[in-house]
Design a protein around this ligand. Structure first.
Ligand code: ADP
Ligand code: MG
Length: 564
């Protein structure tokens, strides 16, 4: 027999064996990421070849020739991930795949003194083994650049691996996964389904810079027929490669952003605004953020999860990174991509969050400024947005003991008695009469009901504007703010309205004149009222209810309705 080789199965090193078991069972929370890891490795392998050609003038890099291919064979339960990258020598197979936590890619970066910011993804030397989460046997067939000899590495998991020479016509690596059989609890078949593989590629690896190809079934109209379809197979590139956020703003139209918004399923509406950020400061990142117009159906429920997608160098790390958005901006949709994140080994969590905090802070200010801009320049859109999410902004003012009031107060709007529409606090102040001390407000269930409130009469007669507060949170927010640009808020129901009025002078006399009547009324109303007095604010109404102290009747209602 020609070329017979004696193959000894090698043991993983003891540490590696334990690590591999750990790895397979617990490092990753989602089995499906194995594909992301193998594709990332393939992309790294092509990158390495690319760097080689950069440093060697006799070589050229023809982008067309470099790609990653995914193929599934259901009958054989075989999933293959092949690349036209740099490949591995026998020694490299041994080193990189025989020793867990050894990263050939990290070594490559160091050797070539590639600074951070280069795109090679690998660094921990564990991603490859995630293949064992879905496969019983993993076979790697690799032919290194500059050699005719290929090698096959094969392993069934913790027991060890074997390496032997083999045939391969082209440079690169092919990884074959013998997909596990379904168990009662787990479905592995799905990793052989075309639609599932396509969606995993889209989800995790859409922005890998080389084409990820797959043969897919396409149905087309039969020639000469307008009804009958026929299926045929066709090779397609599944990933979109260049992420929209890395493109130049000038190259992109509103429509591009809107398409991206719906492709990403951020919402069914059209966003009122997109924000494209490219930051190169203490931390560099790119981001595309959207401000939706309509409330997602679950927005004001517990089920709603805020957060932005987080990418590290074009690879999805987290679907909803909550730390990037404060609650008051929880309606913002979009993503952040940064090279500066320190990831933990599973690339699911971040090592520490200093960079993340910086990004979050930056995003907060940006969103605020963009909303202000919208308010100033596209009032109608802003009002649409405010109808949906204004409540959330007001909660933001109120929560955390008003810590964010400075940031948010300019974004608030309330219905105005004068303008008969939403106005900002700035607009209110600009219209204040010279002798007016306070910003007046009235609370009630609806604008119509507030208009009928007897308490508004005196203030309205003075010609002062009143803000109508119709949502539970409104008065709480204003109470926390206490003042806007040094003008205090004042409820029209409070006992001291700060309005000089003729009637006030007569009040004491009137009180005295009616002692008997009031005493009689109090015996009839016993527990229902605390006191009965002559009011100085009523004009055409005979009577009104008022509260003593800081808590208004409306607030009392809200507080009473809260669960204890
Ligand atoms: P990491 O990618 O973090 O380095 P992995 O466990 O994913 O760790 O891969 C280990 C090493 O194996 C890589 O660093 C690389 O040197 C090598 N490797 C894996 N897949 C390939 C591939 N498709 N082509 C070439 N080398 C590969
Ligand atoms: Mg890797």
């Amino acid at each position: 027999m020609k070329g017979e080789v004696i193959v000894a199965t090698k043991q993983f090193q003891a540490e590696s064996k334990r690590l591999l078991e750990l790895m397979i069972n617990s490092i990753y929370t989602h089995r499906e990421i194995f594909l992301r890891e193998l594709i990332s490795n393939a992309s790294d392998a092509i990158d390495k070849l690319y760097y080689k050609t950069l440093s060697d003038e006799s070589l050229s890099f023809d982008r067309e020739k470099y790609y990653i291919k995914i193929a599934a064979d259901k009958d054989q339960r075989l999933l293959t991930i092949s690349d036209t990258g740099i490949g591995m020598t026998e020694a490299e197979l041994e080193d990189n795949l025989g020793v867990i936590a050894k990263s050939g890619s990290l070594a490559f970066k160091k050797e070539n003194e590639l600074k951070d910011g280069y795109d090679i993804i690998g660094q921990f030397g564990v991603g490859f083994y995630s293949a064992f989460m879905v496969a019983d046997t993993v076979t790697v067939i690799s032919r290194p650049f500059g050699s005719d000899q290929a090698y096959r590495w094969e392993s069934k998991g913790a027991e060890g691996y074997a390496i032997e020479p083999c045939q391969k016509d082209t440079v690169g690596t092919e990884i074959r996964l013998l997909i596990k059989q379904n168990t009662e609890d787990e479905n592995y078949d799905e990793y052989l389904e075309e639609y599932r593989l396509k969606s995993l590629i889209k989800k995790y690896s859409d922005f890998i810079r080389y084409p990820i190809k797959m043969d897919v079934s396409v149905s087309k109209l039969k020639e000469g027929s307008d009804k009958e379809y026929e299926e045929h197979r066709e090779e397609q590139t599944i990933n979109s490669m260049v992420p929209i956020w890395r493109k130049n703003k000038n190259e992109l139209t509103d429509e591009d952003y809107n398409n991206f918004y719906s492709e990403k399923h951020y919402g069914f509406d059209k966003p009122v605004k997109h924000i494209h950020i490219r930051a190169d400061g203490a931390v560099s990142y790119t981001a595309i953020l959207f401000i939706p117009e309509k409330i997602p159906f679950d927005y004001y429920t517990r089920e709603y999860e805020k957060g932005l997608e987080l990418y590290s160098n074009g690879v999805l790390i987290m679907n909803k990174c909550a730390d990037l958005l404060p609650d008051y901006f929880s309606f913002v949709k979009g993503l952040v991509d940064s090279e500066d994140l320190s990831l933990n080994i599973s690339r699911e969590l971040l090592q520490h969050d200093r960079q993340l905090q910086l990004i979050a802070k930056n995003i907060r200010t940006k969103v605020k400024n963009e909303l202000l801009d919208l308010l100033k320049n596209q009032r109608e859109q802003y009002e649409g947005f405010y109808q949906s999410f204004g409540k959330q902004l007001k909660f933001g003012v109120y929560n955390d003991f008003g810590a964010n009031k400075e940031l948010l107060q300019d974004l608030l709007m309330f219905y105005s008695s004068k303008e008969k529409k939403l106005v900002t606090l700035d607009e209110y102040i600009a219209r204040m009469a010279e002798d007016q001390k306070y910003i007046y407000y009235a609370t009630g269930d609806s604008v119509a009901r507030i208009e009928k409130l007897p308490q508004t009469e005196l203030v309205a007669e003075k010609g002062y504007e009143i803000l109508y507060l119709t949502e539970d949170v409104d008065e709480f927010a204003l109470k926390i703010m206490s003042a806007y640009k040094e003008k205090e808020f004042k409820s029209v129901s409070s006992s001291d309205l700060g309005i000089e009025d003729q009637a006030a002078a007569d009040k004491d006399a009137a009180d005295a004149a009616h002692t008997e009547l009031f005493a009689r009324m109090k015996t009839i109303l016993t527990d229902k009222v605390k006191d009965i007095r002559v009011s100085k604010r009523l004009k055409s109404h005979p009577v009104c209810l008022a509260s003593d102290g800081e808590i208004s009747i409306e607030m009392e209602k809200v507080l009473n309705a809260m669960p204890n």
